[in-house]
Design a protein around this ligand. Structure first.
Ligand SMILES: *Cc1c(COP(=O)(O)O)cnc(C)c1O
Length: 382
């Protein structure tokens, strides 16, 4: 890396002056906790992803937790999850005292399929957390159909898939429950933050209660009322609320979503062309037949593995000033799951061992992209 060449980060959120203004307005309004801006963000977000209701929460991790609580899943139950996911997917199952059962993924998308779920399903399987990994839509139609036959609920982990499409509509449409993330590594951001979407009004009402200590009247409702509202705590809930400052930022970010996804897809297409020419043998993640990805993660997998090892490649890229990342992690290989029954997950292990996530962000320049490809081509030839 020369003195004039800056380090290329793996991700930079696209935030502007409008987000700063919106956050400042929320602060000046005096109402900074969950309030009118959260309500507006929920409605706008749900509409955008084709769901009837949105319930904003503090993260996708807490969103997943609430989904499983809402389904009544607990000790003695099994929930099928991909190991190939951010570890929060599996952890959420542990939070409710149920057992995560790891299923393998298909090589092309990194997602569960009806077949990989069927291979590990048991009489105790109550739900599946179907992850749209890195923004690549899972084949929801076939998975929903299979799970309906088995009487197994499908929770969609759409943390990375805001703006992805599947079966001709947005990811989220028709989902029993979908969980979303607004972490800065994801497609749009509120700093930290998450959402659950659903079409069921009763489930939405329960989720609203659960995120706010199990209370039957929100703080905003009590504030708006002229007569004293004596709240009741109907069940043991959580404090998983989003703030109005975050929601104000989220509303602006949502307005940028189409532009963000269009830009990410254009940069991904440019990567595809450059890599095909300069680093053949690297297979980039692509749109599946059933939908379009957000390219939240643009990952590549070498057809024959890395002779020098993936970590040496990462080190080589870092030396060239490029922050790539190891590919998607596999939860079953982490110490937190060391006591878990060993699962046979060959595709998961191959992807997590050899895949690389390349830098991709809204303001990335073609020159930066050329540098990434040149450095990667050097590693491929090594
Ligand atoms: C990032 C991510 C999460 C966790 O999201 P947070 O909002 O950071 O809690 C969960 N699942 C997947 C697939 C993710 O990529």
């Amino acid at each position: 890396m020369s003195a004039t060449e800056d380090r290329i980060p793996v991700m930079v959120p696209w935030l502007g002056e409008e987000e700063a203004q919106a956050a400042a307005e929320a602060v000046r309004s005096g109402w900074v906790a969950q309030g009118p801006r959260v309500a507006a963000f929920e409605q706008a977000f749900a509409e955008r992803v084709g769901a009837a209701h949105g319930v904003a929460v503090s993260s996708c991790t807490t969103a997943l937790h609430l989904c499983l609580v809402a389904l009544g899943i607990g000790p003695g139950d099994e929930v099928v999850v991909p190991s190939l996911s951010f570890i929060a997917t599996a952890n959420a199952v542990r939070y409710v005292g149920a057992e995560p059962v790891f299923a393998d993924v298909e090589a092309a998308t990194g997602n569960l399929t009806a077949e990989t779920i069927a291979a590990v399903r048991s009489e105790r399987t109550r739900a599946v957390v179907l992850v749209h990994q890195g923004g690549v839509p899972a084949d929801v139609e076939s998975v929903r159909k299979a799970c309906a036959q088995w009487d197994v609920a499908v929770v969609e982990d759409a943390a990375c898939a805001i703006g992805a499409t599947v079966a001709g509509g947005p990811v989220g449409a028709g989902a029993l429950l979908a969980a979303w993330s607004f972490h800065p590594r994801k497609v749009i951001t509120t700093g930290e933050g998450g959402m659950v979407t659903t079409d069921d009004p009763e489930v939405a009402a329960r989720l609203r209660r659960l995120r706010e200590h199990g209370m039957n009247a929100s703080a905003a409702e009590r504030h708006a009322s002229r007569t004293p509202v004596l709240e009741q705590y109907l069940e043991v809930g959580f404090n998983y609320r989003m703030t109005d400052i975050q929601a104000a930022v989220g509303l602006v970010q949502l307005g940028r979503l189409d532009e963000v996804v269009t830009r990410r897809r254009a940069l991904a297409a440019r990567y595809d062309a450059l890599l095909a020419a300069e680093a053949p043998g690297l297979r980039p993640v692509r749109d599946p037949a059933h939908g379009t990805t957000t390219f939240q993660s643009y990952w590549v997998l070498p057809e024959d593995g890395w002779p020098q090892g993936r970590d040496a490649v990462l080190a080589g890229l870092a030396e060239a000033g490029i922050s790539a990342r190891r590919g998607i992690m596999a939860a079953h290989l982490e110490p937190a799951y060391a006591d878990h029954p060993r699962a046979d997950l060959p595709v998961t292990e191959r992807i997590t061992r050899d895949s690389l996530i390349l830098p991709l962000f809204h303001t990335m320049t073609e020159q930066q992209q050329d540098r990434v490809v040149a450095a990667l081509a050097r590693e491929v030839r090594r």
